[in-house]
Design a protein around this ligand. Structure first.
Ligand code: NAD
Length: 487
């Protein structure tokens, strides 16, 4: 049964003045999930005004400990309503239940806890000095919230990536206006109910639904009363958001696209490398910003590795999210399916050898209208080929052989993105040399997607600006004020 997906403004679910709605469809079978009420300028204005007022209301008067206790209550309440969040996330994304229940929802909740721990333990500096007239002065730092934070989200890990920003923003005492992806509005909207349940004051957390250009996203980022913009999404959207932030000199935090490489040396633990690269290429149907789309394998094990990865790709059974046999879900939308299939065609046109996949899997009649694509592996392309240089964001990779460390380093770094990499070798000296030389924000050795949330997260080059995670998040979500006392 279809539902209305509304905006959440000043503690209430509201429709919009324009009456504009769009259909959110389930990518598994194209069934209708709900009608999303697209926020226009009036709703964005109301959300920002509510967030601004809440800064000085009861929210602003809470002590850090009181604020954190309230946010910790959110974690408990999200877990209490785990199934509601799970169903909502799965209806929007079509991802397998085992993935959403182990990653999206628990991590989405844990993001609040991590940052309440961080802010409770964050210290500031203090210096004493003599003044010219022989007195003493002491200066000390005070962390203050930045103000109203606009949070613009993608669709691949909707709740998790949203709370990765809302968690630190709220822990630091800011208020937020969230613009979820148009493709995945449900969990951010549902979180409004949880905010009300645990007593978060009205206006602290707001959600405006809609699109980017000429819609809620652009209205929000251009709003003069937004004090900072934090964004996760494509690099070209990041550039537009940076321009919007320039008006009014508002800071931006940007987590952008990637074209991540995995380096597999002949001395690796072969089974671990195959299992890890399988996950990094195909998990969440390849719709993970940290995912691998370029695999470089040292020549002595090249053929064996290609065959092993082919076997794994062909074992990824597509199906319904709650079917236990399902290993891979659909892509998020028809629009994205068209983009990925266009890239599959491009690989063919540019002369790739298709090791496996390359099209749409044969699905049963009830799933035929879903956004399915086959896990796909190519070999034989030059490093300049489109699918080797451009982000695809689908379950696919190109595998390139290499001989030497220098050769692979040059190939890996010759890309405009610099988000993540993984290195598979038993030679720890080589791994550490490469980890320092590869131009990325995140490097895994003999692993992938293993995260300690206290550590910095973010991309180099065109993969982003700024680092979030642990204390690093405070740089964006707070301002450090200096106070000097003469006595
Ligand atoms: P996208 O850039 O198309 O959209 C992201 C969000 O921005 C959406 O909410 C969209 O409505 C909004 N938006 C679009 N144009 C806008 C504008 N002009 N002004 C304001 N808002 C606008 O990205 P997507 O397709 O939703 O997500 C996939 C991309 O996200 C991939 O490139 C992926 O690599 C990237 N990503 C990066 C990370 C990371 O941590 N670096 C994590 C996840 C996803």
């Amino acid at each position: 049964m279809s539902k209305d997906i509304l905006n959440f403004i000043n503690g209430e679910y509201v429709k919009n003045a324009s009456g504009r709605t769009y259909e959110k469809r389930n990518p598994v079978d194209d069934s209708l999930v709900g009608l999303v009420h697209e926020a226009g300028k009036p709703e964005v204005d109301a959300a920002v005004a509510a967030a601004r007022a809440a800064l000085r209301g009861p929210w602003g008067r809470l002590s850090v400990a009181e604020r954190c206790a309230m946010l910790d209550g959110l974690v408990a309440e999200i877990n209490h309503r785990f199934d509601d969040f799970l169903q909502a996330e799965i209806a929007d994304t079509g991802k397998p239940a085992h993935l959403a229940s182990h990653v999206d929802i628990p991590r989405g909740a844990a993001n609040f806890q991590v940052f309440t721990d961080t802010i409770k333990n964050a210290s500031t500096e203090s210096f004493e000095m003599r003044t010219p007239d022989g007195k003493t002065a002491r200066s000390y730092g005070v962390r203050v919230p930045r103000g109203v934070i606009a949070i613009i989200c993608p669709w691949n890990l909707p709740l998790l990536l949203m709370t990765w920003k809302a968690g630190p923003a709220l822990a630091c005492g800011n208020t937020v206006v969230v613009k979820p992806s148009e493709a995945t509005p449900s969990t951010a909207t549902l979180l409004g109910e949880v905010m009300n349940k645990v007593g978060v004051p009205k206006g602290v957390y707001n959600v405006v639904n809609g699109f980017g250009v000429d819609s809620a996203g652009a209205f929000l980022t251009a709003h003069p009363h937004v004090n900072g913009i934090t964004f996760t999404g494509e690099t070209k959207t990041g550039a537009a958001i940076m321009k919007a932030g320039a008006d009014g000199i508002r800071p931006v935090s940007l987590e952008l696209g990637g074209k991540n490489a995995a380096l597999v040396f002949a001395d690796c633990d072969f089974d671990n490398a195959v299992a890890t690269v399988t996950r990094s290429c195909f998990e969440n149907a390849g719709q993970v910003c940290l995912g691998t789309e370029r695999v470089y394998v040292q020549r002595p094990i090249f053929d064996k590795f290609v065959q092993a990865l082919k076997g794994q790709a062909e074992a990824m059974k597509p199906g319904r999210p709650f079917d236990k046999a399902t290993k891979i879900g659909p892509l998020v939308s028809k629009v994205h399916q068209k983009k990925v299939l266009g890239m599959y065609q491009k690989a063919k046109d540019e002369g790739a050898t298709i090791v496996t996949g390359g099209g749409i899997p044969d699905m049963p009649a009830d799933l035929k209208d879903g956004c399915w694509v086959q896990p796909t592996i190519w070999t034989g392309l030059p490093e300049t080929a489109t699918v080797v240089t451009e982000e695809i964001f689908g379950p696919c990779c190109h595998i390139q052989p290499f001989d030497t460390e220098d050769e692979v380093l040059n190939m890996v770094n010759a890309n405009r993105y610099g988000l993540a990499t993984s290195i598979h070798t038993q030679d720890i000296s080589r791994a550490m040399r490469l980890a320092a030389a590869i131009e990325v924000g995140l490097c895994w050795i003999n692993s992938w997607f293993l995260r300690d949330l206290r550590t910095p997260f973010g991309g180099s080059k065109q993969s982003g600006i700024g680092r979030e995670g642990g204390l690093h998040s405070l740089e964006f979500y707070t301002e450090l004020r200096n106070v000097m006392v003469k006595y």
